[in-house]
Design a protein around this ligand. Structure first.
Ligand code: NAD
Length: 388
């Protein structure tokens, strides 16, 4: 296995960070029209109409943007279990998928969009929430366009492919008074919630170390996940993000520095993105989390050691069934569809004007950590401070 310290992928990444540009982020010409349409509508409304609150809905309408594997295999089935929101619309570039989903989920024609007429969502009161489930480099553009159309947004992880993009997404949502969440489903999953509780309540005393790893062997060499422009990075962006998330929610702290190394065995397949990355995060208390992620090795485990015991999940991060154990014995929690809980919680936050746990601020924090990891690799595995 070859250890990499100065790879072209990292150079591209660091260049993008220093330029403060996000790949694929643009604002369509129609945005100006949308904004003016918005303001002219409110100014022409009569005083009585503009003070009338819209009728309260029992369930919010959600539109999935991108009907790939995650939408098809996880989110659409989860939306059959949700109580506060439902699958009201779809956005797809493939007419055959539009027809199939229309039949399967009984979606009216007026709620079916493509990537060109997406901004017309602004006129559709059936859709309250847009869920962006596109390749990573498209999250920023489709989140910003949704915000400008007045829709609340859930964007998949990673939130985007640079800190700069994440900031633009947060700003767009704030400017348009809509809420933003990142698809960090494990915050709503009972085994991972138990890990957070055990650590926070110091059930086994203070933590002494965290070890975690998430990786899988990636297939099709032509897929977007191996394309730098669409993915923004490799295993680290895709599944390594779970390990740094877990390091934060297990420690209850945010890291102050990182040391990282990148390894490659297949230079052709992984010519554009990282294959295997190992990194160590240091937290303010001095606690360290050793994290591993790979597109060429399967692992799926989270373990915390403490002064008086230990606790772990294995598997920790996949859709389930998950399993957990502590030094006192096995954990026993229900297997749930965490995506349904997450989407319902987001709908509830919109209805009650509350803040969801998995905010855009959490997404941008994680992108800052990812950028620091790539910088450490670029700088020959030096320790890099993380400014959050
Ligand atoms: P996928 O390849 O199965 O689906 C991607 C969708 O985007 C497809 O419908 C495709 O047609 C569409 N698309 C539009 N423009 C495209 C383009 N230029 N290139 C490629 N596809 C394009 O991917 P996926 O596994 O569904 O992942 C989508 C997003 O969801 C990713 O950001 C991924 O990280 C995230 N995801 C999250 C989880 C989770 O557990 N939270 C799990 C899987 C995926």
């Amino acid at each position: 296995m070859k250890k990499l310290t100065n790879h072209t992928t990292r150079r591209k990444f660091v260049k993008r960070i220093s330029q403060g540009t996000g790949a694929g982020l643009f604002l369509p010409a129609s945005m100006g029209v949308l904004n003016s349409a918005c303001s002219s509508q409110s100014s022409s409304e009569s005083a009585t109409e503009s003070t009338e609150a819209p009728p309260k809905k029992d369930r919010l309408g959600l539109a999935l943007v991108g009907l790939g594997n995650y939408s098809n295999g996880q989110l659409a089935p989860a939306l059959e279990q949700t109580e506060k929101c439902y699958l009201a619309g779809i956005v797809t570039g493939t007419p055959a998928k539009a027809e199939e989903w229309k039949q399967k989920y009984n979606i009216p024609d007026r709620n079916i969009y493509n990537y060109d007429n997406y901004d017309e969502l602004i006129d559709n009161d059936d859709i309250d929430i847009v869920y962006v489930v596109l390749p990573n480099a498209m999250h920023a553009e489709y989140t910003i366009r949704a915000a400008k159309a007045g829709k609340h947004v859930i964007t998949e992880k990673p939130m985007a492919i640079s800190v700069n993009e994440c900031q633009q997404m947060i700003d767009a949502c704030n400017e348009n008074s809509v809420k933003l969440a990142v698809g960090y489903r494990l915050h709503y999953e009972p085994f991972n919630q138990e890990i957070m509780r055990l650590a926070e309540e110091q059930v086994f005393g203070s933590l002494t170390s965290i070890e975690n790893a998430f990786g899988f062997t990636i297939g099709d060499p032509t897929q977007w996940r191996l394309n730098y422009e669409l993915a923004g990075g490799g295993a680290l962006m895709d599944v390594g993000i779970y390990t740094l998330q877990a390091a934060c929610y297990t420690s209850g702290e945010e890291p102050v520095s990182v040391v990282a190394e990148e390894f490659k065995t297949d230079m052709e397949k992984f010519s554009e993105v990282d294959e295997t990355v190992n990194f160590t995060l240091t937290f303010p208390s001095g606690l360290k989390a050793n994290c591993q992620t790979s597109y060429n090795k399967s692992y799926n485990k989270l373990r915390a050691d403490a002064e008086n015991g230990w606790f772990e999940l294995s598997p920790a991060y996949t859709y389930g069934p998950l399993a957990g154990e502590t030094s006192n014995g096995p954990m026993d929690f229900p297997q749930i569809r965490e995506q349904a809980v997450h989407m319902d919680r987001f709908a509830e936050c919109i209805m009650q004007d509350e803040t969801i746990k998995t905010t855009g601020e959490m997404g941008i924090r994680d992108m800052k950590i990812i950028e620091a990891i790539y910088q450490s690799i670029e700088q020959g595995n030096k320790e890099v401070a993380i400014a959050l």
